[in-house]
Ligand binder design. Structure first.
Ligand SMILES: NC(=O)c1ccc[n+]([C@@H]2O[C@H](COP(=O)([O-])OP(=O)(O)OC[C@H]3O[C@@H](n4cnc5c(N)ncnc54)[C@H](O)[C@@H]3O)[C@@H](O)[C@H]2O)c1
Length: 329
């Protein structure tokens, strides 16, 4: 990767990925883009272009003008939002992906796009979910992700485009808010732990899902993109995960730093149904064997870092000390 175009760069992943890529490859070599513009660091610290990924010509033109050799395609509608407007999700998720793959084909670019644990469904084995297994998802997002995995395989086999990708679990981060996924509760809980000392979870107790802290997710993207192509047997849609937990376990982890933290439940049937259709924990051994995937953060290490970073971000230290006992950093 020498010159990289990132779509959907102002989202939860892009906001941090662009900054990491600019550190690694040089600010001018990472062209960020999104359908909207903000005054964020992503826009201010290097080239930024407005691209609506459903506009194939615009996407192609920006990639060509900037002579990029890599496209990282992040623009998509996430699981819970996609379920509210499935036809719109199909057009954005599939239309955007085909347009980005076409630009990569015509301009001979390497290509990365994330799939998700949402590519699995109720008939998938729930525990230690294999890399290659039954994929019959029951959500529009899942349908898009399975089709996207196949499309990326197709562009590699048919046209030789160097497509690569992972199935991300729920990603937890403090820089940009999550974009409407089923696992967003695991981000919100940290904000509300600091702001209110309590959280009402829309996901029920005993619902296990795979999760990962953002630094591990970003490192995974770079490691996979830089991996020796001859070692990759799967190329796209590698299972990766760092941890699996249910709401009581993340609450217990938070209590190590905020002892009075409490959790109650008001389950959202739509998101709970999506969560029920996903695995409890997936097997990441193919990613470990083929390109050396590893995760640095487990639940407690992530909790410590999230709370420390969020306290700074929210400027909540002083207010909190008067309301709750806080231990740790
Ligand atoms: N965040 C997670 O937990 C997670 C987990 C698994 C997979 N993924 C996948 O990673 C990718 C990025 O996810 P994210 O969490 O950063 O999403 P996000 O919702 O936070 O960000 C998506 C970005 O895309 C932009 N966008 C929307 N419509 C667009 C359009 N038509 N053209 C251009 N940009 C548009 C939005 O403005 C937003 O900045 C998606 O493919 C998602 O499915 C994310």
């Amino acid at each position: 990767m020498k010159k990289i175009l990132v779509t959907g760069s102002l989202g939860q992943i892009g906001s941090e990925l662009v900054m990491m890529l600019r550190d690694l490859y040089g600010a001018s070599n990472v062209v960020a883009s999104d359908i909207r513009e903000t005054d964020s660091e992503v826009v201010k610290s290097g080239p930024f272009e407005i691209i609506n990924v459903t506009d194939a010509k615009r996407l192609y033109d920006v990639a060509k003008e900037n002579e990029v050799d890599t496209i990282i395609h992040l623009a998509a509608l996430l699981s819970a939002t996609a379920e509210k407007n499935p036809a719109f999700a199909w057009n954005l998720n599939m239309g955007g992906l085909v347009n980005a793959l076409e630009a990569a084909r015509e301009l001979n670019c390497k290509f990365f796009t994330p799939s998700s644990i949402g590519a699995f469904g109720p008939s998938t084995p729930k525990d230690n979910t294999p890399q290659d297994t039954i994929q019959r998802p029951t959500t529009m997002y899942g349908v898009n992700k399975v089709a996207g995995e196949l499309l990326c395989d197709y562009y590699y086999q048919k046209f030789g485009v160097d497509t690569r990708g992972v199935r991300f679990p729920g990603l937890i981060s403090y820089v940009a808010p999550p974009g409407g996924g089923t696992t967003d509760y695991a981000v919100e809980i940290y904000y509300e732990a600091i702001q209110k000392g309590a959280y009402t979870s829309y996901i029920a107790q005993d619902t296990y899902m795979d999760m990962m802290y953002m630094p591990d997710a970003l490192q995974a993207i770079v490691t996979l993109m830089e991996a020796d192509a001859s070692k990759l047997k799967h190329r796209n849609a590698f299972n990766i995960t760092a941890m699996s937990f249910e709401p009581e376990q993340i609450a217990a982890s938070i209590r190590k730093y905020i002892p009075n933290f409490s959790i109650v439940y008001d389950v959202d049937p739509v998101r709970q149904q999506i969560a029920n259709s996903w695995p409890n924990f997936i097997d990441a051994s193919a990613a470990k064997e083929e390109w050396g995937f590893k995760a640095e953060y487990d639940l407690d290490k992530m909790t410590e870092d999230m709370l420390a970073k969020l306290r700074v971000k929210l400027g909540a230290c002083v207010a909190l000390e008067s309301n709750y006992a806080i231990v740790g950093s």
